[in-house]
Ligand binder design. Structure first.
Ligand code: 13P
Ligand code: SF4
Length: 324
């Protein structure tokens, strides 16, 4: 005989998901979600998800959903035995670096990121030779090997604060060129950029916004969007900054220039907001599925393992960021 609370979570989940998908579809996923919840408890695991994950993951199985900064902070303080990261590799590596004694599982082992792939540790060393004495800030969207070459890390939520904290006349901020120009406009120092881009956000153009300008539609853009997109938007901010902004707006129409699942996740809490297109999908984020999470929890495979010498050096800039 099932307890009332066990029955309740299912019906509560289905009615929540009904804001973003047909009810029959949500119901069809309940058995898999239930299996994952059971495996999670058996492994003393927590599931941490990025806001670009689909609601079946964020609302269905995640213990925590947030931006890359909040995910890192969550990983640093959890006491669970296992952390399952529903996100991409750099997020799982960050969790492992900040929580080295835990097992960190990345269910979609091939989930990369165009930014992380745009720069190598050798590139950072060459930048340092070209700009001697200039501190290096690495976006968390980088490999552990690149972080190991940096002075401090940042995310899009704290990049301005991190750059300012260095109190240096010149700062290298890598690898996203558009985040670097966003920061350069808000700090007093010179920002030296690297020509990396996010394959999802760089696709937005000012053309995408044109039809919405001068209408009641609120346009929000991520700082990884090209500068002309940022300039034409009502608000530019990280995923967490967008969520905070939308928490305060009255019901109405919104255009979110970022990954498509953001709109669905905001809608779970704010069904009175209507989201316009376009949005873009991140193929890396979308390679995480309920089935892969189930399999990772069941087998305990796909654990993140970082070479100890790199891990030791990569942890320092991350801890510097978390400590700010
Ligand atoms: P946030 O730091 O805003 O979560 O963004 C991470 C990311 O991958 C954006 O594309
Ligand atoms: Fe990387 Fe862009 Fe995907 Fe974020 S949205 S994980 S920056 S490719």
């Amino acid at each position: 005989m099932e307890s009332t609370s066990a029955l309740n979570w299912r019906s509560e989940l289905v009615s929540k998901l009904a804001h973003v998908m047909p009810e029959f579809e949500a119901i069809a996923h309940v058995p898999m979600i239930e299996e994952i919840r059971t495996l999670k408890a058996a492994r003393r695991a927590v599931i941490v998800a990025h806001s670009y994950q689909v609601p079946l993951i964020t609302a269905g199985i995640a213990d925590f959903t947030g931006d890359s900064l909040a995910m890192a902070r969550f990983a640093a303080r959890t006491t669970a035995d296992t952390i399952v990261v529903c996100g991409v590799r750099f997020m799982a590596e960050t969790a492992k670096l900040l929580s080295p004694s835990r097992t960190v599982l990345l269910p979609a082992s091939d989930a990369g990121c165009s930014l992380a792939e745009s720069i190598t540790a050798a590139d950072v060393r060459a930048l340092r030779r070209r700009h001697p004495g200039v501190p290096v800030v690495a976006y968390v969207n980088t490999s552990a090997a690149v972080k190991a070459e940096a002075d401090i890390c940042c995310t899009s939520a704290n990049a301005v604060e991190v750059v300012e904290s260095l109190a240096s006349p010149r700062v290298i901020l890598l690898p996203d060129r558009y985040l670097a120009s966003f920061v350069a406009e808000r700090v007093a120092c010179e920002v030296i950029a690297w020509p990396g881009t996010c394959e999802v956000h760089q696709r937005f153009s000012a053309e995408d916004i044109r039809g919405y300008q001068g209408t009641e539609v609120r346009v929000l853009a991520h700082p990884e969007c090209p500068p002309e997109v940022q300039a034409a938007s009502d608000f530019v901010g990280s995923t967490s900054a967008m969520i905070d902004y939308l928490r305060r707006v009255p019901p109405g129409r919104v255009l979110l220039l970022t990954e498509c699942s953001m709109a669905d996740n905001v809608r779970l809490a704010r069904p009175d907001l209507q989201f316009e297109r376009p949005c873009n999908l991140c193929r890396h984020m979308k390679s995480v599925t309920l089935q892969k999470v189930r399999d990772a929890l069941d087998s305990g495979q796909l654990a993140i393992d970082i070479e100890p010498q790199i891990a030791e050096r990569a942890r320092r800039p991350l801890q510097g960021m978390i400590g700010l």
